[in-house]
Each structure stands twice: as structure tokens, then as C-alpha cells.
Ligand binder design. Structure first.
Ligand SMILES: [Zn+2]
Length: 281
């Protein structure tokens, strides 16, 4: 509990939900979404939510969690345009009267994700995603405040998609990293072709330069802590290994099996399979 004007944070993990994909993953798994991390940064009275989840049911659960915090929600920040990080921003901003904040690049990607919603997101999760108006606004100098503490938006470029950003909270030594940093979950490699891996490595360097002690990864295994050094190292190691194994294997299945052998503990091999298929298509 913060006192004397200090901040604190908590993470709500939306557990994996099944996707409407009939084909199994080669290891026999059903296709599911990865767990989603939703972060509440709060002071004595007010709170800021980072990365609202994707489905109506998840928004309901997150809404109750915010209610239980007893704080007044002032802002909702989305780190990037993938729907799993903001599709319920409209629902939650209406419920709490909070302002939705994002970078210009994220807002551009939000519009893009709305444009592909019917052919992509709704196919995986039919009937589960609410209306997705793009209501986000930018803030001057990419900064806003929570009870006089600075919250700084840092643009990180391409990581697991284009135009990604992170939220730096200097007074907590915290970075809420969206998909720049993963923690115990297979990384989304679908958009990693054509220099994407190198761009992602640069994005990781941008987070590392902020010297956080703790990082909330957008997709984390809830059994793991938020140690920054470990999650930075592991995110980088996953990309280095992917680059190495892409050169060694000439099929999606060979790459998938080799990655799985190197990273047996990571959650959601189905996400790896989706990336493997895209990279070898
Ligand atoms: Zn994501």
C-alpha cells in the first residue's frame, strides 16, 4: 500500500482463452491466446491502467478489479496497436470516465487493427470482442502524470509489431513494456521477417537503457516475478535462438520443434507455431 504520496502497481493476468481454430498445434495443443498482462499503477487516490484486455468478459473482470482498488481511474494507456492490448479501452474508459492515451504510431496501428478486425481478430474470437472505437489521444512530450509522478511514454519502434512503445515510471523503477519484453511466454514472431528481429533487439536496448528494476511484460507467466534483468536477457536470447534456428531449418515444423526443445518451459507453443508458419510461408 503506498503512503506519503508513493506509487505502487499490480498486475491482473487474463488467463489464456481458446481460439476458434480447429487445427491443433503440431505438439497436440489446442490453439489459445497467450496470457495478457493488465497493469494498474496507483497512488493514494488515483490510478492509471496500462494495456486494457481484448474481450468483453475480460473487461468485466478488469473493471471489478479496478473497482476493488478503490482508486479513481484517470487514464488508460495502450503500449501498441495489437487488439489484445487495447480493444476494451472504449468499454473501460466509458465505465470509469478515464482518458485513453497512446502515441501517434499506436493510434495509427489501432486504426489498422480495426480495419482487419473482421478478417482476423473476430475470426479467432467470434462474438467476444466489444465495439472498438479509436478514442486515444496523444499527450504533449509523451508525458502525463499520476498524483504528480511522471509517467513517460518511450517509443521503441518495431518489436513484435510496428510502432510500439513502453511506459516508464521512474519513481517505481518500472517499465510496463507491452510486447517489447516477454516473460515466460513464446514470443510472437509473425511480424519478425524482413529485419524485424534486429529492430526488436534495438527496442529491447531502449528498455535496457532506462535501467528499470522491474518490467511488466505484456505476456507473462503469472508464476514468474517482474525481474528486469532476467526478462530482458530471456527476451533477447529467444530472438537470438530464433535467428540461429531459422538458418538451420528449412521447414516451419523443423523450426517449431527445435525452438520448443530450446524453450520447453515457455507458455503457449501455439503462438510459436503461428510465427513459424508465417516465417516459412
Ligand atoms: Zn500482445
Amino acid at each position: 500500500m503506498p503512503s506519503n504520496g508513493a506509487l505502487a502497481y499490480e498486475v491482473f493476468i487474463a488467463d489464456p482463452i481458446p481460439l476458434s481454430v480447429p487445427e491443433l498445434v503440431p505438439n497436440g495443443d489446442r490453439r489459445t491466446f497467450s496470457p495478457l498482462s493488465v497493469t494498474l499503477i496507483y497512488g493514494e487516490r488515483d490510478a492509471v491502467l496500462v494495456d486494457p484486455p481484448m474481450t468483453s468478459a475480460q473487461a468485466e473482470a478488469v473493471g471489478e478489479w479496478i473497482d476493488a482498488s478503490g482508486r479513481n481511474l484517470t487514464h488508460i494507456f495502450a503500449t501498441h496497436g495489437h487488439g489484445d492490448h487495447w480493444f476494451t479501452a472504449g468499454v473501460l474508459s466509458e465505465r470509469f470516465g478515464a482518458q485513453v492515451v497512446a502515441t501517434t504510431g499506436t493510434i495509427r496501428q489501432m486504426h489498422h487493427n480495426v480495419s482487419i478486425r473482421a478478417g482476423f481478430w473476430d475470426k479467432f474470437l467470434p462474438g467476444q470482442i466489444p465495439d472498438t472505437p479509436v478514442t486515444a489521444v496523444t499527450v504533449p512530450d509523451n508525458r502525463f502524470t499520476l498524483e504528480d509522478h511522471d509517467l513517460v511514454i518511450i517509443e521503441a519502434g518495431h518489436s513484435d509489431t510496428d510502432d510500439t512503445s513502453v511506459l516508464h515510471v521512474p519513481d517505481l523503477d518500472l517499465v510496463v513494456a507491452g510486447d517489447v519484453i516477454y516473460n515466460g511466454v513464446h514470443q510472437f514472431l509473425v511480424e519478425a521477417g524482413q529485419g524485424g528481429l534486429d529492430a526488436w533487439r534495438r527496442a529491447i536496448g531502449i528498455v535496457e537503457d532506462l535501467k528499470p528494476r522491474r518490467i511488466v511484460a505484456g505476456h507473462k507467466n503469472k508464476g514468474l516475478d517482474d525481474d528486469a534483468t532476467r526478462s530482458i536477457h530471456e527476451t533477447r536470447q529467444y530472438l537470438d535462438t530464433a535467428a540461429e534456428l531459422l538458418l538451420q531449418h528449412d521447414s516451419a515444423l523443423g523450426f517449431f520443434n527445435a525452438m520448443l526443445q530450446r524453450f520447453p518451459e515457455r507458455l503457449n507453443p501455439g503462438a510459436l507455431w503461428g510465427g513459424a508458419v508465417a516465417l516459412y510461408s
